[in-house]
Design a protein around this ligand. Structure first.
Ligand code: HEM
Length: 142
């Protein structure tokens, strides 16, 4: 149920806007100006676009079959330390994605969708806070 709400919100957004990249990053840099400096190498905005499309793919997998998304997030938390991106920024970024969708969908953003996104953000954050794959696989097995 929550998966279909997340999927519906992404589908509606895709119908309304061909490329969400400028909307997401404009909001991110407006609300968190310190984030912009992290992307100093990305002068042609290619990394920003690719990163966002991977995030959308990961979210769809995460709410669906979850074949790879939870471990991917754990890996990205570790690799992003090399880009000086600390883990707590991930929560901010995912929340910015949600806020962008909410603004774009406007009156079509439902209370159920909102709840599904709140839960999704918390579930994603679990893997950001726990990047150790051994630890999370043991927790699941328990
Ligand atoms: C699951 C979440 C994320 C995924 C899947 C992801 C994916 C990626 C990928 C694939 C790259 C490398 C692109 C390339 O070199 O071609 C990248 C680079 C980068 N990401 Fe992320 N990312 C995520 C979260 C974040 C967050 C939360 C931030 C901070 C706002 C961030 C900031 C950056 C920066 C600064 C770079 C390097 C840009 C550069 O040096 O040009 N990423 N990301």
């Amino acid at each position: 149920m929550s998966a279909s709400l997340i999927e519906a919100s992404l589908e509606l957004a895709a119908e309304r806007c061909e490329d969400l990249t400028p909307l997401v990053y404009e909001r991110l840099f407006r609300e968190h100006p310190e984030m912009e400096a992290l992307f100093w190498r990305d002068t042609n905005h290619a990394v920003k676009g690719e990163m966002l499309s991977r995030v959308f793919e990961a979210i769809l997998d995460f709410v669906g079959e979850r074949k790879y998304a939870s471990t991917m997030i754990q890996c990205e938390v570790v690799t992003h330390e090399g880009y000086d991106v600390p883990p707590d920024v991930f929560r901010m970024f995912f929340a910015t994605v949600a806020a962008t969708l909410k603004a774009l969908l406007a009156k079509d953003w439902t209370a159920d969708m909102d709840q599904a996104w709140v839960k999704l953000l918390a579930d994603l954050d679990y893997y950001v806070i726990h990047p150790d794959q051994y630890e999370t696989s043991m927790a699941k097995a328990r």
